[in-house]
Design a protein around this ligand. Sequence first.
Ligand SMILES: [Zn+2]
Ligand SMILES: [Zn+2]
Length: 105
Amino acid sequence: MEDREMHKATCSDCKKECEVPFKPTEGKPVRCQDCFKKNRPERSFGGRDGGNRRFGGNNNRFGNDRPREMHKATCSDCGKACEVPFKPTGDKPVRCRDCFQATRN
Ligand SMILES: [Zn+2]
Ligand SMILES: [Zn+2]
């Protein structure tokens, strides 16, 4: 395998002198090996800062902030209308929040 021709350049990130295996083009940023590694996206997920931020947003949206679907039900203890975070099946007693807490204690 032939040696690649190296060209002297100045890293546009850290201003360090470096050599790059391609002819530096004016107007295009040249990065030394360190900065190149730093800027290379680690995941194929958008890559740049914006992608990472979007990734974090997704985490939040699918986390605790997601509102639960509530179902209307009638408390089998006190007969009060209430909403429960699960679909009432009919064969299981449904309790409003007050009665649920009362049975837990
Ligand atoms: Zn650099
Ligand atoms: Zn109740």
